[in-house]
Design a protein around this ligand. Sequence first.
Ligand code: SAM
Length: 207
Amino acid sequence: MDEHYLEHLNETPEDSFLESLRVYGAELKVPLIQKDGLDFLILLLKLSRAKRVLEIGSAIGYAAIAIAKFTEASVVGIEIDDRLANIAQENCREIGLSERVQIIHDDALKVDPKTLGAFDAIFIDAAKSQYIHYFVQYADCLKTGGFFVSDNLLFRGHVEAPETIISRNRRQLVGKIKNYNTWLKENPGFYTRFYEVGDGIAVSVKL
Ligand SMILES: C[S@@+](CC[C@H](N)C(=O)[O-])C[C@H]1O[C@@H](n2cnc3c(N)ncnc32)[C@H](O)[C@@H]1O
């Protein structure tokens, strides 16, 4: 019996440019959204017909480029790291998507959200310890009915099984992720649901 029968049906032909970015991300040791997480995100953006998406933490532009390629949305990405922001911009130019993907090279916690305009969806994928701060800072940029997608809420399984963590820093980080998950669940301004897709994803719809 093929336990992953339905998952295999989802498999799409490889996109060579995105595959090359995935390989490059691994070489640079930059974590990128997992493939099934990206599929899920793209499905949500297509269903909602999102036109403008904000990505907090763009790294080399992998998810931003995939969103622009496979949905009708344009993307504003914020990336704090000099080298990665430059690579992301270069990748967008190379694939001819600079018009639809704008990479802001800055610390997302220092950008004034009022300068960015309104978004249909906001993808949070930067420093895991700061998720609450990104959420609060950018909540006013999200249209009513729009949604946040937060990635890495299982943090490679450590959140479900904290006994697997050896380092103190990691334990603290897992504590912060758990706090964020509870905070999301109890946030009355949003309808949040959690999914065991990719590295653990929450979708929070603005009420
Ligand atoms: C998991 S990677 C992003 C991967 C990307 N979303 C993708 O799937 O293609 C996280 C990125 O967030 C960036 N980052 C961390 N803190 C940030 C901040 N305060 N503002 C903007 N970017 C930040 C890191 O430099 C790193 O490149």
